[in-house]
Design a protein around this ligand. Structure first.
Ligand SMILES: Nc1ncnc2c1ncn2[C@@H]1O[C@H](COP(=O)(O)OP(=O)(O)OP(=O)(O)O)[C@@H](O)[C@H]1O
Ligand SMILES: [Mg+2]
Length: 195
């Protein structure tokens, strides 16, 4: 959490290896990712990380199913991909929309497609930037519950940037970015995060 411009997206992009820090290093599961070359960065990103952006960024000419399968085409891990994609689309409640074009579904449905797409490569870490940002309250609730149950089911870590504290309920950890520093807990916390 943190106010607008505090650097939340910047931090997620660096953890997600979409951006490089000018100072310091990013370690994920003991790997210092700042020392990886471009090829290693791509394979690390494709195999370990999943992304859910604020706006679902679906390719509108493709079907729902094809959108979910995009990360598979990039990573090349295609074993069982079609079945996994359909299973995920069932979990997010879109089994009847699988062959619809992505421009024919609602914003909430598109966000659920984006979640399925973010999970298709079974990433151990899912980075979500304002995943409920443009959704109504009821849909936000559904999306949050979905992410929580996926986290449990697949033993995944979700790192979520949100202004929408009330929809998230109990979470394992809250970090607030303030004046360029990370603090443990919500806005009132004074305890700086060490690691
Ligand atoms: N630690 C930092 N070092 C250098 N630049 C930073 C740092 N943190 C943030 N910035 C810069 O500040 C700007 C805003 O950061 P960012 O987009 O990450 O904010 P945000 O917290 O995601 O805001 P919002 O809630 O509006 O999405 C960017 O231009 C980014 O480059
Ligand atoms: Mg942001």
């Amino acid at each position: 959490m943190g106010s607008s411009g505090s650097g939340k997206s910047t931090l997620l992009n660096m953890i997600g290896l979409l951006d490089r820090p000018t100072n310091g290093q990013i370690s994920i599961d003991g790997v210092n990712t700042t020392s990886l070359n471009d090829d290693k960065i791509s394979s690390f990103r494709n195999n370990k990380l999943g992304f859910i952006f604020q706006f679902s960024n679906l390719l509108t000419d493709l079907s729902v199913l094809e959108n979910v399968l995009l990360p598979v085409q990039i990573s090349g891990n295609s074993t069982n991909a079609q079945k996994d994609a359909i299973d995920l689309l069932k979990v997010v409640g879109l089994e009847t929309q699988i062959h619809k074009r992505a421009n024919k579904i609602s914003g909430g449905q598109a966000q659920r497609v984006a979640i399925a797409r973010g999970l298709i490569n079974k990433p151990s870490i899912v980075l979500a930037d304002e995943p409920t940002g443009n959704l109504d309250s009821v849909t936000s609730e559904t999306i949050v519950q979905l992410m929580k149950s996926m986290a449990k089911k697949l033993d995944q870590t979700f790192i979520i940037v949100t202004h929408d504290r009330q929809h998230f309920g109990d979470v394992d950890r809250i970090i607030t970015i303030k004046d360029g520093k990370a603090f443990e807990g919500d806005q009132s916390s004074q305890m700086e995060v060490v690691a």
